[in-house]
Write a protein that binds this ligand. Structure first.
Ligand code: SF4
Length: 296
């Protein structure tokens, strides 16, 4: 445990969150509330509001009964083995997971109940569970994505201070790929004038292509609520020379529209040049039908 952070155990009423979305999955599971990775653009801070707590990065809640609750759900007759998104709000492999070791228990349950999953992370800790991930991939399917928004370690240390180093995240992608798993690259959020440089994006596409990733998801920085206020405060302190341009962009719809067009033209041309697939949907694991499951 790190002294900068405080930890508190809580109980959850249900392990899964049902989400009604346009996404190809409808269940989310988050072991932790709060995230030690401390990304300056974190979109999930709102999730601490329910707890009347504004210490999203420092005050981490651990759902101590999540494994038991998940087993109740997966063992029920009504469970249809739908795909579960692990860590849609907070990173399941943030540092505290090294000690808590809840993910291996969750993965064992998914294997036992042949339930497919999606996992996204900024941590190389996921490699600890590689044997379980391979087993899950065989019996039900798993899609794993690693987020890398810049190859510049100095910049990454400013933007995502407690995530694994870029070198370790690259090694994670390579190791997971070599293990035969389905691996994606989350190139998001792309930050205008900071990570949205042609050089950075081109280098990322080039390396992603060499790693033979299965797909890449790209997305421009989305700023709302607390994230927006905190992000502009951060810019003022850390990138004062970029502050005005980014402020103007996010406060002028027309300018933003033009910016998006140019950015997506660039991303589309890089997609073609490096033969990167940006359609992740075909890699989302589908639940296996009963007949298929009998084979395992
Ligand atoms: S890893 Fe995700 S949840 Fe954690 S701080 Fe970064 S953006 Fe927020």
């Amino acid at each position: 445990m790190d002294d900068k952070f405080s930890y508190q155990t809580i109980t959850c009423k249900s392990a899964l969150n049902k989400i009604n979305s346009f996404l190809p999955y409808h269940y989310d599971l988050n072991i932790y509330r709060g995230c030690e990775h401390c990304c300056v653009y974190c979109f999930a801070k709102y999730s601490h509001k329910y707890l009347e707590d504004n210490q999203f990065f420092n005050h981490i809640y651990i759902k101590e009964n999540i494994v038991e609750e998940l087993e109740k759900k997966l063992s029920s007759k009504s469970w249809k083995r739908d795909v579960i998104n692990l860590g849609g709000i907070t990173d399941s492999y943030q540092p505290i997971e090294k000690e808590k070791k809840l993910m291996p228990k969750i993965l064992r349950l998914l294997i036992k109940y042949k339930t497919p999953a999606i996992i996204s992370t900024k941590s190389s800790l996921i490699l600890r569970d590689i044997d379980l991930l391979k087993e899950l991939s065989d019996v039900a399917g798993v899609q794993i994505a690693c987020t890398i928004t810049t190859l510049d370690q100095n910049l990454a240390s400013i933007l995502e201070p407690n995530a694994s180093s870029i070198k370790l995240r690259m090694k994670t992608i390579q190791t997971l790929k070599e293990a035969g798993l389905t691996v994606g690259w989350h190139l998001m959020p792309i930050i205008p004038y900071i990570t949205a440089t042609r050089n950075n994006l081109k280098n990322i596409f080039e390396i992603a292509s060499k790693c033979q990733i299965d797909y890449m998801i790209t997305g421009l920085l989305n700023l709302r609520g607390t994230t927006k206020t905190d992000f502009f405060h951060f810019l003022k302190q850390t990138f004062p020379d970029k502050y005005e341009a980014i402020w103007n962009l996010y406060h002028n719809k027309e300018r933003m529209k033009e910016y998006k067009v140019q950015l997506y033209q660039l991303l589309n041309s890089l997609e073609k040049e490096y033969h990167i697939n940006r359609n992740y949907q075909k890699y989302v694991p589908q639940k296996k039908e009963k007949k298929q499951l009998e084979l395992f």
